[in-house]
Each structure stands twice: as structure tokens, then as C-alpha cells.
Design a binder for this molecule. Sequence first.
Ligand code: BJW
Length: 248
Amino acid sequence: MLPPQAIDALARARAVVVLTGAGISAESGIPTFRGAGGLWRNHDAMKLATPEAFAADPQLVWEFYEYRRQVVAKAEPNAGHRTLVEMEAAYPEFTLVTQNVDGLHQRAGSRNLIALHGDLWTLRCTEEGTERVETRVPMPELPPRCARCGALERPGVVWFGEALPPEAMPRAYAALGDAQLLLVVGTSCRVYPAASLVPVALRAGMPVFEVNVEPAADFPGVIALEGPSGEVLPELWSRVVSRRAGSG
Ligand code: BJW
């Protein structure tokens, strides 16, 4: 049962912000970080995705990322990703803020997208800071090295304690300032500053809806739409489209 407030708010809105996390890609076969999916060869994924792990054992961390690149390369966007593309086409202002590094939103066709935590296909030289895109799977050399200086390259993602791309959060807050609602999909809302969008929206009096298989956004006032995003988002959006057409 979808909360009627969600259908009303989405039907009336002209500017919408969506925050996504790993859960939206779960139905594409990509493991999440926390919970049952967060284990890789008995390592905690959250401990491998850190600057400390990379400094201690770059080969192991690169094997983890190479494995993820292989999983993602075989995966396809699902109905949740595709619904967000339909929503982007329907609203005058629509901003998708994602914590994901898998590129599935981009492959589905989302355009106005803010990638807070980087992406799996960019490599960065640990000495020079130069970046390049590497889409070959598997990579010819592991760990990869900079062709210019020979230093190790690292994944172009944001690890704990590292700064997000400088323009990312200012753009996300600006979009939220113009929006009538925030829709949060498939994130545990544990990681900041991404999760701060939720209290910022609530403080501004904006409705916040959460699509998740279990309620995760632990902020009073968030309205839960419980279920897998590949099912809930298409159902929700079809109800909103009917309402906007005057028949729902
Ligand atoms: C489904 C589903 C289905 C399943 N349908 N749903 C304020 C307070 C406290 C701490 C901090 C703070 N501000 C900053 C911090 C520190 C830190 C932080 O947040 N720590 C907390 C954990 C305590 N943040 C940082 O360090 C950030 N940097 C920073 O703040 O820098 C400051 C700085 C400024 C200037 C100079 C230097 C520094 C950086 C955070 C980087 C996060 N990086 C990672 C790894 C990215 C690379 C990679 O992918 O390998 O990002 S960690 C990991 O968590 C990844 C994710 O994007 C992120 C969020 O996870 P997400 O997406 O929520 O996934 P899960 O697994 O947690 O949840 C999945 C959800 O889906 C679950 O709820 C399921 O139920 C659900 N689900 N199936 C719908 N079918």
C-alpha cells in the first residue's frame, strides 16, 4: 500500500530531488555495503573501501575493486533506475544525487546527476593526481600504474575521511533548496555528508519519502515506502502519472 501523501506530493511537485544508495542496484545483482551483501572473500567491504586498507595492501584492495568492476560490467540497470529516468523527463527540475559508483544511473539514461562518491571506472595516479578512464575488464595490469610516472593508481572513488568532489554537496543543497520533496531510495543513510540531505529537507519542512526493503532513514518524519525499489518505484510512478493525468 503506497502512502497517499507520496502520490499527492509527487503529483503536485515541479522540482524533485532523489538521493540513491547501493540498494537501488541490488536488483541488478550488485551487492550492497552493509548487511548480508557487505562481505567479500570474508573481508568486510567497508574496511576495504578505505585509505588505510589501500596503504596497507593495495593489491588486495585492487582485487576487491576489480571484482566489483567485473560484477558491474555484467549488470544492467533495473526498473528502479529506469523509473528515475522517466521521472527526470516529467519534471521541470529533477536532480538525482547518488552515492553509487557503479554508473548504472548514467547507463539507464539519467542526466542531471550528482555523483557524490566518484566512480568505479576512473583511476587516479597516487603521485600526480591525474585521472584517466579505464573501462577494460579485467584490467591489463593489477594494481594499475601511471603510464607517465609509474606510481600506483587508485580507484577514483571517495573513501572515508576523504573530501567529496568540491562542487557535489553545494549543488545537492542548492537543488534541495528549490525542491518540494526529497525521495530517498536504497540507502542506509549512515554516511555523511550524503545523509545530511534528509535532516536538511525535514528542517525546511519538506516531505521526505524513503523507498527501502526496511526502514533505514532514522529521522522522525520520514515516510516509508517499504519494498524493493525495482517494484515500488514503477508502481509509485504509475500512480503519480495517473494522478497527473486526472485519472488516479
Ligand atoms: C534496498 C534494496 C532494494 C537493499 N530496494 N532498498 C557527520 C557525522 C558523522 C560522521 C561524519 C559526518 N560527516 C562526515 C563524517 C565521516 C564519514 C561518515 O559518514 N562516517 C559515518 C559512517 C559515521 N564521512 C566521510 O568520511 C566522507 N567524507 C567527508 O566527510 O570528508 C570531509 C572532508 C572534508 C575536507 C577534507 C577532507 C575530508 C566520505 C564518505 C565516503 C563514503 N565512501 C563509500 C565507499 C565509496 C567507494 C566504493 O564504492 O567502494 O561510499 S562507503 C559506502 O557507504 C559507499 C556508499 O556510497 C556509502 C553509503 O552506503 P549506502 O549506499 O547507503 O549502502 P548500504 O549498504 O549502507 O545500504 C543499502 C541500503 O539499501 C540498505 O538500507 C538496504 O536495506 C537497502 N536495500 N536492497 C531498496 N532492492
